[in-house]
Design a binder for this molecule. Structure first.
Ligand SMILES: Cc1cc2nc3c(=O)[nH]c(=O)nc-3n(C[C@H](O)[C@H](O)[C@H](O)COP(=O)(O)OP(=O)(O)OC[C@H]3O[C@@H](n4cnc5c(N)ncnc54)[C@H](O)[C@@H]3O)c2cc1C
Length: 624
């Protein structure tokens, strides 16, 4: 809407009428509802997101600003629409703080209101508070009929699908679990947006198993602890560590994930990407170079060797700065030479040379071990004569506590922490990779087997975690006995009428419980979606999921829609772009990587405002 209005103002033509269709308020929509609990925090800092473009587009925005500019304005001159809670939050919130989702929703709704005030002559906007259930060609009048769930049908010349996070049907395994749970009278909470769940159904004192220790896990914990009247306090006696003061209404939570630990916390930084990290190998120019090479890139062949080098350099230069004694003199120049070699040659030989160089020059235990970063408990020694790593629940909980303390301390060191700077390089590399792989930039088998096969999960767990405060809070909850862990590679079953949870690595009694929460975001897949609209589009032959070929030649139905080149139009059943129908955002997940993120204010990499460019291209095509 923002791009349509901006371009229309610059070049008005015949009247433009925009129908906004969403059962939720325009701006916040479903995810950013302003009335949700303030314990739900954004995962990006105030300085990050913007709805209004600040680069890359020709038509200047008509109104609005970035979230951080809005934050400043609202502190000076509060808007009458701000709630008491918004004002209290704004009084505390800094540029590097993590806003509540409710406050971000207020910003989005403010932007929409300012745009509506600045409507150019000839443009009008109507909001229909309803779900669209079908978009069908209007054979009589041309264009489309948009059927709403309330029975109304709108006529539109053009339709943009900006559906975002839509509900998904459960996977066969989840369905089986849900049905078995039901038959046994157990409560099974499937993947959902945390704000859509009634957490009161989990009783005080009961054991609650939680599968997944990513961002949703922290949302669940917040609701079950602070959300129930518990408090975190800082005790001077305990060296400033947080203490949790329970309300007595908490359940006992058992956290489970394959790694056995939560995502790593974000480093305390003044910027989204660390200032001290420079991508010397996988920089923005690598995109053009790789694209110019003539053949389609492969992730492991063409991209990872560059990013791996940047990650190593970020780690060792930070280590040299923060713990000079850990590196022998002359190591960094030797490493630099090694990094600049072997790019066309034998990767095995290069890896061996790296290993031997670090063995000779890096203090014991200080070399970068990326695999270990991703599975922090796997280096806990196996017990002699035993197949377990942990002899008891207490030993496991203590190991995870030590990991949490270490991770929080490492985040607090910010730019001086070698591990967090290695992760910072990986995170910055993600921005470049997004540009590189977009629109068929890597082979399908590499997209499936490498990028999504291992790299995505690896980098998510390292670079997409919560603020460090969440780790300190989690540690306090463990010390208070409110949270325990299952151990790595958890096994869930239903046995003797109860959920059972155990880990092959822990020598302890399995956990038994009546409640299981899937702390995962619903999978964003167009096949298997619960969205009536997406299902009807596919049934009517106006859209289809993108199919790719895996390394073994097998066809794989991917998560997103099959679309034309930008401006993205869905491909119909016969593979032809559907004129006048456009796709923006999450359903582009098979031609773009990492679509579930806002546009970045003042982005240093082009992929940071890609979604704005997509919207701009769609708006231009519509108005043309
Ligand atoms: C819980 C959560 C937290 C997040 N946190 C962050 C964060 O901190 N920072 C960040 O950058 N990104 C975050 N994201 C990523 C998020 O994807 C983007 O920030 C942004 O919300 C995407 O915008 P969108 O408009 O494409 O999709 P959405 O925000 O999902 O909006 C889509 C809208 O379309 C509506 N809709 C869907 N189908 C229909 C239909 N058939 N008829 C009518 N209306 C329909 C929905 O009701 C919804 O309002 C988060 C996402 C989630 C789910």
């Amino acid at each position: 809407m923002e791009r349509l209005l901006a371009q229309y103002a610059a070049r008005p033509a015949r009247p433009l009428h925009i129908h906004l269709v969403d059962p939720f308020p325009p701006g916040p929509g479903h995810v950013w509802r302003t009335e949700q609990s303030r314990l739900y925090l954004m995962n990006t800092q105030s300085f990050f997101p913007t709805l209004i473009p600040d680069q890359g587009v020709a038509a200047a925005p008509l109104a609005g600003c970035s979230f951080n500019d809005w934050r400043g304005r609202m502190r000076q001159t509060p808007d009458p629409a701000l709630s008491e809670g918004d004002r209290a939050e704004l009084a505390q919130l800094t540029a590097t703080g993590f806003p509540s989702r409710a406050l971000y929703g207020r910003y989005l709704s403010w932007c929409v209101a300012r745009l509506l005030e600045k409507l150019p002559d000839g443009a009008t906007v109507t909001h229909h508070r309803a779900e669209a259930r079908r978009v069908a060609r209007d054979h009589e009048n041309g264009g489309y009929g948009v059927e709403l769930l309330n029975g109304e049908t709108l006529h539109a010349d053009k339709v943009v699908l900006a559906l975002g996070h839509v509900e998904t049907r459960l996977s066969p395994a989840q369905r089986e679990f849900r049905d078995d749970a039901r038959a046994n009278g157990l409560s099974y909470l499937p993947p959902a947006a945390p704000n859509d769940v009634d957490w009161d159904q989990l009783p005080a004192g009961a054991t609650v198993l939680v599968r997944g220790m990513g961002l949703n896990f922290f949302d669940v914990l917040g609701q079950l602890t602070e959300g129930r009247g518990g408090r975190f306090e800082t005790t001077a006696a305990d060296g400033g560590a947080l203490t949790y003061v329970p309300s007595g209404r908490e359940p006992v939570v058992v956290g489970a994930s394959r790694r056995g630990t939560p995502y790593r916390a974000k480093a305390a930084l003044e910027s989204y990407y660390p200032a001290s990290v420079e991508l010397r190998f996988l920089g923005e120019d690598a995109v053009a170079k790789i694209r110019a090479m003539g053949a389609t890139a492969g992730f492991e062949h063409d991209i990872w060797p560059l990013l791996h080098r940047d990650t190593l350099w970020a780690y060792y230069t930070t280590l040299g700065r923060s713990s000079p004694g850990a590196l022998a003199a002359g190591f960094l120049p030797e490493l630099d030479a090694l990094l600049h070699s072997g790019l066309d040659g034998d990767a095995v030989d290069w890896a061996e040379r790296l290993k031997s160089l670090t063995a000779r020059h890096v203090a014991e235990g200080r070399a970068l071990d990326l695999a270990a970063l991703a599975r922090p408990l796997s280096h806990h020694p196996l017990r002699p004569g035993d197949k377990h790593r942990f002899g008891s629940q207490a030993e496991l909980d203590a190991a995870v506590l030590a990991y949490l303390a270490d991770d929080a301390a490492s985040s607090a060191r910010g730019e001086e922490d070698p591990v967090k700077m290695a992760i910072g390089a990986l995170n910055a590399g993600r921005a470049i990779i997004k540009s590189l792989v977009a629109d068929g930039g890597i082979t399908q088998e590499s997209w499936l087997g490498e990028l999504r096969g291992w790299f995505e999960g690896f980098v998510e767990g390292l670079a997409s975690g919560p603020p460090a405060l969440r780790m300190e809070q989690l540690a306090a909850l463990v010390r208070a006995g409110v949270v325990h862990f299952s151990g790595p590679d958890p096994v869930f079953r239903i046995q003797h009428g109860l959920f059972q949870l155990s880990s092959p690595w822990v020598d302890a009694e399995p956990w038994h419980a009546r409640h299981l929460v899937e702390a995962l975001a619903p999978a964003n897949r167009v096949q298997g979606t619960a969205s009536r609209l997406l299902n009807n589009l596919q049934a009517d032959g106006l859209a289809r999921p993108r199919v790719m070929l895996a390394a073994d030649g097998g066809a794989v139905v991917t998560s997103g829609l099959d679309v034309s080149a930008p401006p993205y139009r869905p491909l119909d059943g016969a593979g032809t772009p559907v004129p006048g129908l456009y796709v923006l955002g999450l359903q582009l997940s098979s031609v773009q990587w990492g679509t579930a993120i806002a546009a970045q204010a003042g982005a240093e990499y082009r992929s940071g405002y890609r979604t704005v460019l997509d919207a701009d291209a769609i708006a231009a095509d519509i108005l043309a």
